[in-house]
Write a protein that binds this ligand. Structure first.
Ligand SMILES: *Cc1c(COP(=O)(O)O)cnc(C)c1O
Length: 419
């Protein structure tokens, strides 16, 4: 459920007609609904309230906008970060350092030091080597780093290969059958307080059974590690719950997810940690765009919009589907290819798609663009960095400026020896 609805034939974000935003900010622009964001944050949090001890860390990489993080901080979410830059955003939004989980396969020594200085609550270690390095750094600083060990359960998440992270051939975590040995060795290191296991098998999961299979494996490993005399007080179950991108698709609901976890983790006696991203932010945003022109095609017309793969990379990267709707649909339909202006054939949002009839100058949206949208934007083809707007009832504000190519150009230097 979201708050992007037609009123009087015009698509609104909550009480704001989208043409009003386009007129002032221009296009393309991401538009977020605060009410939708809050609602998703609460539905997920309330669903998991059936579990005894829960820690929620929003996956910042899915939408790191400061205003978005502010809303989630107020809803009691911590942060799952994968770089010092993301940690700084979480802290700037008022998320306590103690509620920050630092994930990622390539944390640098400098990032570890910065996170330790800030008081980062937990590091999710992705290798024995990383654990040794973190222990040394923390010990040298006179600190103890709190950590979990990320395991690779070798479970097929059944999602797109590029967002699958829990198969043996993926770079993430330590191999399942070596995890207990690594856990024991890292537990002995001064400077490290290893307190549990972590896993995250992939994103945009359409079914719960791969998660269930992975959690069952993690539970048996937890018991084996405890049997060897080591403490396991925290189990980080990651994120990955998918959302519908096409009208009519059915995805696991948070209460079904919670019920499955309650069943699998019964008797675990551990704090359960979660790192939801997409399920919180996916539906909270649209990418608002204007049709530049409609070009005749061999088979179908090409609808060329002013948004491109640099603004919304998912279709080009993952063959992802985003529903496309006219802001003022006239009631007729057309079959068309939707593309951006970038000089790459992968700058294609849809082929042979049945859409609202649109013409030059019409506004339209790509829906479900709140997760892995603006966060992946770049300036390829020397395009501007796409701006972001947040709507709250009848008011709205720009929450990320459009960064013009001239600003980016001004950060470039021509060395003297080229003059
Ligand atoms: C990306 C990521 C998440 C969030 O995934 P979603 O599918 O957006 O819920 C959680 N944990 C880790 C370690 C991640 O890399």
């Amino acid at each position: 459920m979201d708050h992007f609805e037609y009123r009087g034939g015009v698509l609104h974000a909550e009480d704001v007609p989208l043409p009003a935003i386009a007129a002032e900010v221009g296009t393309p622009v991401y538009v977020y609904s605060r009410a939708t964001l809050t609602r998703h944050a609460r539905v997920f949090r309330d669903a998991l309230a059936v579990l005894p001890k829960v820690h929620l860390a929003f996956a910042v990489k899915s939408n790191p906008n400061l205003a978005v993080l502010k809303v989630l901080a107020a809803e009691g979410y911590g942060a799952d970060v994968v770089s010092a830059g993301e940690m700084d955003r979480a802290l700037a939004a008022g998320i306590p350092a103690a509620d920050v989980v630092f994930s990622g396969v390539g944390k640098t020594a400098a990032e570890m030091r910065r996170a330790l200085e800030a008081g980062c609550g937990q590091f999710n270690l992705e290798s024995e080597e990383e654990g040794q390095e973190l222990a040394e750094i923390a010990h040298a600083m006179g600190l103890t780093a709190t950590a979990t060990l990320r395991i690779n359960p070798d479970v097929d998440a059944g999602t797109h290969a590029k967002i699958s992270t829990g198969k043996a051939e993926n770079k993430f975590g330590v191999p399942f059958d070596r995890a207990a040995g690594i856990y024991g060795r890292l537990s002995a290191l001064p400077g490290l307080n290893l307190r549990g296991l972590a896993l995250h098998i992939g994103s945009q999961l359409a079914r719960l059974d791969p998660l269930e299979a992975a959690f069952i494996k993690a539970g048996s490993l937890m018991r084996a590690i405890r049997a060897e005399g080591f403490a396991v007080t925290h189990m980080d179950l990651g994120g990955g719950v998918g959302v519908p991108y096409r009208a009519g698709e059915v995805y696991p609901q948070p209460d079904e997810y919670a019920a499955m976890i309650a069943r699998v983790t019964d008797g675990w006696d551990a704090t359960l940690m979660f790192e939801p991203g997409r399920v919180i932010t996916g539906n909270t945003g649209v990418l608002l765009t204007e049709v530049v022109r409609v070009k005749a095609g061999a088979l179908h017309p090409w609808v060329v919009v002013d948004a491109a793969m640099n603004d919304l990379a998912r279709p080009a990267m993952y063959d992802a589907w985003h529903d496309f709707s006219a802001v003022k649909p006239g009631g007729t339909r057309m079959t068309a290819n939707i593309v951006g202006p970038i000089c790459e054939s992968s700058d294609t949002f849809a082929m042979a798609r049945d859409i609202d009839t649109v013409a030059r100058g019409d506004l339209a949206v790509f829906r479900t663009a709140g997760a892995y949208g603006a966060t992946m934007a770049n300036t390829y083809n020397s395009r501007p960095m796409v701006p972001e707007v947040m709507v709250d009832g009848g008011r709205w504000a720009v929450v990320a400026d459009r960064i013009e190519p001239a600003t980016i150009l001004s950060a470039e230097r021509v060395p003297e020896w080229l003059e």
